[in-house]
Design a protein around this ligand. Sequence first.
Ligand SMILES: Cc1cc2nc3c(=O)[nH]c(=O)nc-3n(C[C@H](O)[C@H](O)[C@H](O)COP(=O)(O)O)c2cc1C
Length: 314
Amino acid sequence: MIKFNKKIIQAPLAGYSCAPFRKIAWQWGQPDFCYTEMLSAKNIYLKVPIKKRYFFRDPVEGPLCVQLAGNEAEILAFAAEKIIEWGADLIDLNCGCPVPKIRKKKYGSKLLADSKHLYKLIRAIKTVVKIPVLIKIRVDGLSRDQFNCEVAKAIEDAEADAVTVHGRHWTEGYEIPVSYQDIAEIKQTISIPVIGNGDVSDTFSAKKMFLQTGCDALMIARASVGQPWIFEQIHQELQGRTFTKPTLVEIGDIFLFHIKELTMLEGESSSLLQARKLAKYYARGQVDNDFLSQVVTIGSYQELQEIVKRFFII
Ligand SMILES: Cc1cc2nc3c(=O)[nH]c(=O)nc-3n(C[C@H](O)[C@H](O)[C@H](O)COP(=O)(O)O)c2cc1C
């Protein structure tokens, strides 16, 4: 049984989710739990060497949900047992990924097309682990596929501990607004906790997700990049309390800390590439565009430090 505290979770984000990213979320926002990005159960089963980034858990992190992608019961059960050794507090089965190469392997959102098979996969995982098992799905959306209730019932019958619902069909991109109605329909169909996901970026949209869907908790993906305090901010503001955001100097320090931790995990060249990608999120709406053009030229952590100190000032 999952117990929510803040009722806000950090979503899996391939290319972003790793120990430094989660550590910062925990230090500044304390979501109920954070995710790894999607990991192939088959690669774990076949003992394909996995980069440290994908499985390393920092002792300073909060609760960790490890997300698996797979389609075979035996392989998922093996991987589920293995990731407990890595320190997983919760397990999630990805049933939402729309990427063609993932669907081609019959993983991700493809699992929504066969609820009987999905039931078997969840049972296989549930049989071997005692930690909570979550399922992350997408919805009918504008497709009229009519699978919401059938899939939700299969997940509940298989005794999954919660379901996260990203309120878009797998064919729908971010330009299509999230369907609160589909999430609400699932919430009304089952009695296990439903976590609402999609387009939550501030307290207004968080309130809307809770009110329009009746969800038990919500999950934030994109808006948490570069704003690790967002979980605490929404939590405080939903209770009518004032939240003071970190100062620009503090945000610059968080950015530098993020990159420093990535350097320790993966080495300097990889972390500098990620610094270029992350810079626009930390800078959003508050730092001059010159900052971004200078970040792409950096050749060392020290250079990054100098640029950040120049732009992130009060
Ligand atoms: C760059 C990126 C990577 C993602 N990686 C994953 C992933 O590994 N597993 C997953 O279930 N969802 C993944 N998602 C989907 C998000 O977890 C989330 O469901 C979606 O972005 C909607 O939430 P948001 O509106 O808060 O961003 C990813 C999304 C983005 C933008």
